[in-house]
Design a binder for this molecule. Structure first.
Ligand code: FDA
Length: 309
């Protein structure tokens, strides 16, 4: 079995209340956090968006928060998105910046109808602002529900995008079903710890699945968004896109804020659309811990910063 023993350790530590308090209140945290998170407020998010757009990149913004267990908190998330979309429009950024939404932050865990109704409000606001929405994908127990909500939203807003994760066995089928005209699919490897009954465990298998899914998307009529920092996959996507006669602009590369920023600019300078996923908001802890778990080098950076405070 796989990969990175640190990963399980860090994910376990992330759930520990004492560690959480230590990290979340350490004075140095802000600087370290700021490498990966735009800040806590709408103004922070807009300022970082402006900077990225000015450097030739495009943006998708994620208001941090997930696994919301009550309607009042879900409402706060919706309000945050409405305010953000309004500001992006007012600042003239909405042709270069869209939003990413985690349905679990707007009620999916306890009321799918509420999540749908909330997502509709965000989509309507995005339409008014002249931009789009992508639904993030969470753990595999939510996949069917998320695809149901996607289908419902796309009846009114065909441009609503979804994320599919190459680590799931089912994803080639889902990708193929969605590789149709007008559809926008973000393909990523997948960030959650999933059982072997539903997901490939060996990173090589996850990568092979990524390439199969990428081919299906490039062969179809939709607009694929390849979310990966993996240099090998970025190269293969370039080759496969060419083989499928896909011109720059008919697909995009996506990476996370703070991860391989030089590569983001390099791809943009080659004429590709590069979209940076920018998280912001007070609930940065879970997001940051997933990034640490993915890459020990990030963890070392973080621990060094903590130790030297
Ligand atoms: P992986 O982590 O396997 O790394 C492969 C290689 O990439 C490394 O060996 C290294 O060469 C390079 N690399 C990675 N990190 C680096 C770093 N910090 N610095 C330098 N090089 C680095 N997940 C999910 O489950 N649901 C979702 O909705 C989304 N949404 C999403 C949007 C966007 C825009 C992105 C980029 C990612 C997601 N993800 C996601 C996360 C995704 O599933 C995955 O966990 C991470 O992107 C990490 O996987 P990679 O493909 O980057 O490769």
């Amino acid at each position: 079995p796989p990969v990175n023993p640190l990963r399980s350790l860090i994910l376990a530590a992330a759930r520990n209340g004492t560690i959480r308090r230590l990290v979340a209140t350490a004075p140095v945290s802000r600087d370290v956090v700021r490498r990966f998170v735009a800040g806590e407020t709408t103004a922070d998010a807009v300022a970082v968006t402006r900077r990225l757009v000015d450097s030739g990149l495009t943006v998708t913004l994620d208001h941090l928060g997930e696994d919301t267990t009550d309607a009042a908190l879900a409402e706060q998330t919706v309000q945050a998105y409405l305010e953000l979309l309004d500001q992006l429009h007012a600042e003239g950024l909405s042709d270069r910046a869209e939003v990413s939404v985690k349905l679990s932050a707007v009620g999916q865990m306890f009321d799918e109808d509420l999540a749908l109704a909330n997502a509709k409000r965000i989509c309507a606001a995005a339409e008014a602002a002249g931009t789009t929405v992508t639904l993030d994908m969470e753990d595999h127990t939510t996949t069917d529900s998320t695809l149901r909500i996607l289908a419902e939203l796309r009846r009114t807003w065909p441009w609503v995008g979804a994320v599919l994760q190459s680590y799931l066995h089912r994803t080639l089928d889902d990708v193929t079903a969605l590789a149709t005209s007008g559809s926008r699919v973000r393909l990523c490897k997948g960030a959650y710890k999933e059982p072997e009954t539903v997901a490939f465990q060996d990173p090589i298998e996850v990568d092979k699945s990524y390439v199969r899914c990428a081919n299906a998307l490039l062969a179809g009529d939709g607009y694929p968004k390849f979310a990966t920092h993996d240099p090998r996959l970025v190269r293969i996507i370039g080759e496969r896109a060419e083989a499928h006669g896909r011109k720059p602009g008919s697909f995009e590369h996506q990476m996370l804020f703070g991860i391989r920023p030089d590569e983001q600019l390099r791809l943009a300078q080659l004429g590709h659309t590069v979209r940076v996923y920018v998280p912001y908001g007070g609930e940065w802890y879970g997001y940051l811990m997933r990034r640490m778990a993915e890459r020990p080098a990030n963890t070392a950076f973080f621990l060094r910063a903590l130790a030297s405070r």
